[in-house]
Design a protein around this ligand. Structure first.
Ligand code: C2E
Ligand code: CA
Ligand code: CA
Length: 715
């Protein structure tokens, strides 16, 4: 009997497919044991609630339902025990409303256990009438419970697999699977999206269909070696899309082995890293290139220089760097504004790049400083040629916003071969040489020597101290009288700046050029003029009304832009003085045409009433034509000629010529550095108008001026 029943159940199951297996077995069991209801229910983890997954009744599958387990026979079953009631189930569980509603008499419940022996579901049969053969029902249930359980697990697995497949399919990462013969067996959506290939187009193809042809054979050799030995590889690789575009991707490949540990599949995951590469490139660019000019910055230059040092050592070759600094860039910036200054820097970088080849590196290493790295130079002629070309090139003006700017360069050069020096050390050498070139009057070049470096070090430290002295107004001004020979009286005082640097007197001959070079001269000039104005005001208040003060002005103080020409006059007015009280002394370099608006400035100053003296006359390359063109009142013969005039015939002739010429041009002559009675005598004979020098007085401080004036006696 039982065998027949088992057979009929198995027969019914042979037609069942996974989808409805549990429903089929429930129906079949209900039919065979003549139960009014047979159901399979899953338990929640707390075992407080059961939810049916199949309910069979009268040959039909009913709708699933959930019910509370508390005070039901199923509560016992869910605790892992077989529970049977042949009849009187309602009476035994009076709180179980469902039993009443369904009018149940007999009950058989079997726990279904998972692999860890935990009950996670139950198989239940309900009978309206008392059960005829409860043992048979129980044995059949126990017999098939394993099968039901297996099926449930299978279904769970299938669901999980479905989810997993979906994950693979929906993954943002492209996934490609190929078999051990390297034939593609599946790809996901992201693969199609990234590469443009559908699965059909790549099925059974070798994955090298994606190869961009960029990597060397050795690259793939390494990759396969890693897969063979470690089971995987990951890294950046360039691949090709269906449309031919080449793109970077991050690729991970894993081999999957079968039970014999033989490779069965290779699974490749990859994603497009174009965006990441772009932002990496952007960051690299920001860190290594100058934002304004787009050329390499100091950081990258030093990096390339370090490599060059290594390579010269290895190849026993010679390389060089040029340190190029724009002359007077700060002035351009001050006068025309930073925007124009920026444009000039861009043009400079473009011009510099046009002189070098691609293997040389041009970099912007300071605000207005550039550097060029010349790799593997065959002879120093190469450098000389380049430097000459650059200097000639920069003698042509730049046209920026319709303004023509002359912007020359000072170039420092250092070569290196088997050097032990660091990159920054070599750059420093070139910088020292550049400062030396600046000392040579700018617009020139200079090769590095060790002496230079020492000089530069000293200069840079002086610059720092001078800058502080200007801030603290710890400079002072002294005054040296200028005597009118014909009137035999003190006519003027020349203001001369003094600097006591921590107890040590530093000569203006040393620090004025530093002030000029490091753009401190304007500040210094303003200080001297304001000090002089104050002292002159005091003298006037004491009744010395017709004294003129001579103020030295550097050529670098002449504004490039004529809109700033009246600054000097503004200061004079500020102290309630008249422009006629001041004479400006300028050296011959201030006369050079084209450079600045010197001619306009001198005219403006003279129109307002100031006088102008040409200082150190005879030492520069004065051209008589300049002297004629530029409006001047006085020529100051340089003290070196006066010093030698009594002993040196040539100097004597020169002085007399200067005096004669000045008279012809209508200029007054001042002799500087008059130290002896003989000198004064000779100058008087030659018709010199004024004399200045230790013979009359050394420069004095402001307190001494009044008594000097009061007690002055010409003889
Ligand atoms: P400078 O304008 O030719 O000034 C004359 C220099 O000759 C002064 O030197 C002065 O002290 C010196 N001297 C005067 N009489 C005699 C003499 O009889 N014999 C000798 N051997 N020397 C005499 P100092 O003060 O050392 O100034 C040197 C230079 O520094 C000046 O030459 C001038 O070019 C520059 N300098 C001085 N003060 C200023 C300033 O306020 N602004 C600017 N831009 N330059 C200044
Ligand atoms: Ca002077
Ligand atoms: Ca002088």
């Amino acid at each position: 009997m039982v065998e027949e029943k088992v057979k009929s159940i198995i027969d019914s199951l042979s037609h069942a497919v996974t989808d409805n297996f549990i429903e089929t077995i429930s129906l079949s069991l209900a039919n065979v044991i003549k139960a009014d209801f047979v159901f399979v229910a899953k338990l929640n983890p707390e075992h407080s609630l059961a939810t049916t997954i199949s309910v069979a009744s009268q040959g039909k599958v009913l709708e699933n339902f959930s019910y509370d387990l508390k005070s039901t026979p199923c509560e016992n079953t869910s605790n892992g025990e077989v529970c049977t009631h042949i009849y009187g189930t309602q009476e035994a569980y009076p709180d179980d409303q469902l039993l009443i509603d369904m009018d149940i008499a007999g009950y058989v419940g079997i726990p279904l256990k998972d692999s860890q022996d935990h009950t996670d579901s139950i198989l239940v049969a309900l009978f309206h009438k008392p059960i005829k053969d409860v043992n048979e029902v129980t044995s059949l249930f126990l017999l098939f419970s394993g099968m039901i359980k297996k099926e449930m697990e299978k279904q769970k697995l299938i669901t999980e697999l479905n989810i997993r497949n979906e994950v693979i399919e929906e993954s943002k990462e492209a996934i490609l699977v190929c078999n051990k013969n390297l034939k593609i067996t599946s790809v996901n959506k992201a693969f199609t999206k990234i590469t443009g290939y559908s699965f059909k187009e790549v099925e059974d193809e070798n994955p090298n269909i994606l190869s961009a042809g960029i990597h060397e054979k050795s690259f793939f050799k390494k990759m396969w070696k890693s897969i063979e030995t470690t089971g995987g590889w990951s890294g950046e690789i360039w691949n090709k899309k269906k449309n031919g575009d080449i793109f970077p991707e991050w690729l991970s490949i894993n081999s999957i082995t079968d039970e014999n540990n033989d490779v069965a599949y290779y699974v490749a995951f990859f994603f497009d890293i174009t965006k990441r590469k772009e932002s990496e490139a952007k960051i690299f660019k920001q860190a290594n290139y100058d934002l304004l000019t787009g050329i390499a910055n100091r950081f990258l230059f030093l990096d390339k220089l370090s490599l060059a040092i290594l390579s010269t050592k290895r190849n026993q070759s010679k390389s060089a760097i040029l340190y190029l600094d724009l002359d007077l860039f700060k002035e351009v910036n001050d006068i025309y504004g930073q925007e124009l200054g920026d444009k000039l820097l861009i043009k400079t970088s473009e011009r510099l790049q046009s002189y070098v080849t691609e293997t040389d590196c041009v970099a912007r290493i300071t605000g207005d400083g550039f550097a060029i790295l010349l790799n593997n130079i065959e002879s120093s002629e190469v450098i000389d040629n380049l430097v000459t070309r650059i200097l000639i090139g920069f003698s042509k003006p730049f046209s920026v916003d319709d303004i023509f700017l002359h912007c020359t360069l000072s170039i420092g050069i250092t070569t290196f071969d088997n050097d032990t020096e660091s990159a920054s050390g070599i750059l420093k050498k070139a910088e020292s040489a550049m400062y030396h070139a600046k000392d040579n009057g700018r617009n020139s070049f200079s090769y590095f020597t060790q002496d230079m470096q020492n000089i530069v070090r000293h200069k840079l430290s002086l610059k720092k101290q001078l800058s502080n002295a200007l801030k603290n107004r710890s400079l002072s001004v002294v005054f040296q009288p200028i005597i009118s020979i014909s009137e035999k009286k003190v006519s003027k005082f020349e203001a001369l700046v003094r600097w006591n640097n921590d107890g040590e007197w530093i000569s203006p001959v040393e620090f004025i050029p530093i002030a000029e070079e490091f753009s401190l001269i304007k500040q210094l000039g303003e200080y001297v003029l304001s000090e002089a104005c104050q002292q002159l005001k005091k003298l006037k208040a004491q009744g010395f009304n017709d004294i003129v003060f001579n103020i030295n002005r550097s050529v670098y103080e002449i504004p490039l832009n004529k809109s700033e020409n009246d600054q000097w006059l503004v200061m004079i007015n500020l102290y309630g003085l008249s422009p006629t009280d001041i004479c400006f002394e300028l050296t011959e370099s201030a006369l050079a045409p084209d450079k600045r608006n010197n001619e306009i400035l001198f005219n403006q100053l003279r129109e307002s009433g100031c006088t102008i003296a040409l200082d150190d006359f005879g030492t520069g390359y004065s051209s008589l034509s300049y002297i004629r063109r530029i409006p001047l009142d006085y020529l100051k013969i340089d003290k070196s000629f006066i010093y030698d005039m009594s002993t040196n015939q040539d100097d004597n002739i020169l002085v007399s010529t200067i005096i004669a010429m000045s008279k012809a041009l209508g200029k007054k002559v001042v002799a500087e550095g008059v130290e002896t009675r003989e000198q004064l005598h000779e100058l008087t004979e030659l018709g010199c108008d004024y004399a200045q020098g230790y013979y009359f007085a050394k420069p004095m401080n402001s307190e001494e001026m009044q008594s000097y004036l009061t007690n002055f006696k010409y003889d």
